[in-house]
Design a protein around this ligand. Sequence first.
Ligand SMILES: [Zn+2]
Ligand SMILES: [Zn+2]
Length: 283
Amino acid sequence: MVCKTIGLCARVSSTLTLRTSEKKSTTWRSPRFARQKLPKNRKNTCGEFIGPSARTILCKRKFYMNFKYIKNPHNSVAINYSEKPQKCDICQKYSTGYEGPYYGYEDINFICEDCLLNGKLKEKDIEANLGHRFILKRQLKKLYPDKDEQDIETLVNQRTEEINYRTPPLTTFQEFTWPVHCGDYCCFIMEAGKSELNELSSSGNGKDFLKSLPEWENYGEDIQLSDSQREYKEIDDIDWLDIDSLWNYLPLHSPKNESDPVSPLFLFQCLVCKKYVALLDFD
Ligand SMILES: [Zn+2]
Ligand SMILES: [Zn+2]
């Protein structure tokens, strides 16, 4: 297993066994698609269904620029956008849209962009992503100490619904919660390769950029952590000792299609302070 050799993700090892065994029964197209075969009806310890959430926009065709938290939904290997029209499992019309995974009581494999943008997943309580309400709320409370609880709760609900119900699902090997920074969810930019990191680095050396990059803790199944543990594990700098190993594992370029090597480095950007945040996702 790759993780063990580079020593970067011992914390996710508890989820690796599950993923590995499930992938054996997966129809193999690209490693990234393995996540679609995960159970669609996952529950948290409260018995609530969780998983990959929206706001109603008056009709008229909306384009992907409307996705607040995804920069290029049509051009990312991690997002299963289909240019070829497929039958939408909600409106039954043939249109461009997004394959899953989606999580809820009903099986949904494909949803058109109109239905996604218009909040149809929220109406059916089927989620596309998983926002982290706890961290978001805590950050907002720190940012707005004078706001009353109800106002904070409203912000948390609006932003989390946008992520959970109105954002195309991001497919990853490991279960993850969407990164939060400065009281809002971050925008997914790309799966980064060496050349993109070199371009982002002020020195021209992508390793320097990696060293400065805070890493979002991939909670996955550790979502039941105590408050103090969450405080500690929320976000941290990538361990510089592991930078060389991580670098060696990165592809030369961000994958452009399913046949390109995937990257374990999911790059997000804070919509407020513009800082980049990393999510590491290993097979
Ligand atoms: Zn539809
Ligand atoms: Zn920020």
